[in-house]
Unconditional design. Structure first.
Length: 97
């Protein structure tokens, strides 16, 4: 998968140092993945939530953070739409962000 907006991840972990290693780990897996469907994502990340509009919510860092990615499955591209704590996540609509 080509992951767009690694800068968003980098920006977040520069403020939340505990998020750096878990986000880097997620990025390493995602960049090597060949996710052609939501089911393919679920095979690698069983705790991921498919929320509609091609968006997936990942639990990062022992469920300390949430990451929302919109996927263009045919072209194998993932667009980072949100990264934050659970409290921050509760204030967004994962299916539209």
């Amino acid at each position: 998968m080509r992951i767009v907006a690694k800068r968003t991840l980098r920006s977040y972990w520069s403020r939340e140092l505990r998020a750096e290693q878990p986000l880097k780990a997620w990025y390493a897996v995602a960049a090597q993945a060949d996710w052609a469907s939501p089911a393919a994502v679920k095979r690698d990340y069983r705790s991921a939530s498919i929320v509609g509009n091609d968006r997936v919510v990942f639990n990062i860092g022992g469920n300390r953070y949430r990451l929302i990615v919109r996927f263009d499955y045919p072209n194998r591209i993932g667009f980072v739409r949100f990264v934050g704590t659970h409290a921050q996540y509760d204030r967004v609509d994962a299916s539209t962000i």
